[in-house]
Design a protein around this ligand. Sequence first.
Ligand code: CP
Length: 323
Amino acid sequence: MPLKAKHLLGIRDLSAEQIQLILDTAESFREISTRPIKKVPTLRGKSVINLFFEASTRTRTSFEIAAKRLSADAINISASTSSVVKGETLVDMARNLQAMAPDVIVIRHSSSGAPHQLARICDAAIVNAGDGAHEHPTQALLDALTILDRKKRLAGLRVAIVGDVAHSRVARSNCLLLGKMGAQVRVCAPPTLLPLGFERTFDLLQPMEHPGTLWVTHDMQQALADADVVMMLRIQLERQHEAFFPSVREYFRFYGLSAERMQAAKPDAIIMHPGPINRGVEIASDVADGPYSVILDQVTSGVAVRMAVLFLLAGGSKEETGA
Ligand code: CP
């Protein structure tokens, strides 16, 4: 079944059916990464450019691995080693890359809307790998795949998203995806890290597109009560240009995830974090490394989701997966 989308710019643009198609395709690709030879010819002859203007470990590596496992040619470009340092603009750079006829360009950029700008001028499929504080769609998709693996459903689940919501593209994409798939989302942050009217931005979606519920609180105990999933967000010090909380110690006291605080959630609740973790700031080490943590499962799911996204956008043949 086709995705019926040329680009993946955000979860906001996807229907529940498109999200389900990506998740089903990712699930079918999981097994390839467990084979002794982790490679299928599905995207042979296709080329994927990974264009990263911001630091990344998980997203960049998993897009490269995903492309290579599907036999696409993967080309990695960092802003620091490109002609951006000589003053080339994003638009000029994109036009030059397009002249080399890539099939997919994956872009991470500190400016919200940078992938949308590329989509307007490139023939290649554009994938948003994180744009400013706007969206990180493949993170939300890999989070959903991880939740499905453990909980077998998204609809009706109680999901607490806690932390630096103001600067988090992960929070935005997850709120959109979980809402579209019928989950109950509780968003929790200190007042300084929760934009006023955050919940109303999700009310703008039609009820049919957003069957779940979303509410906000500053009280972590309330957010975690009977939660099935606790998703912690990284404190994004690189995007904070003023003091949003008095001290790390104070922040952890009210919004850090400890084993004691987890007792408010369901006994089988899973703990998620997109990484990189600030240990002892938003999450205690024993919780991050404990039995309910699925943080490394999220990373594993990331390869399958990115294989699915590249496959669906670059138009590979499923017959060639050998699955
Ligand atoms: N979750 C995530 O986007 O991690 P990276 O910044 O390492 O890619």
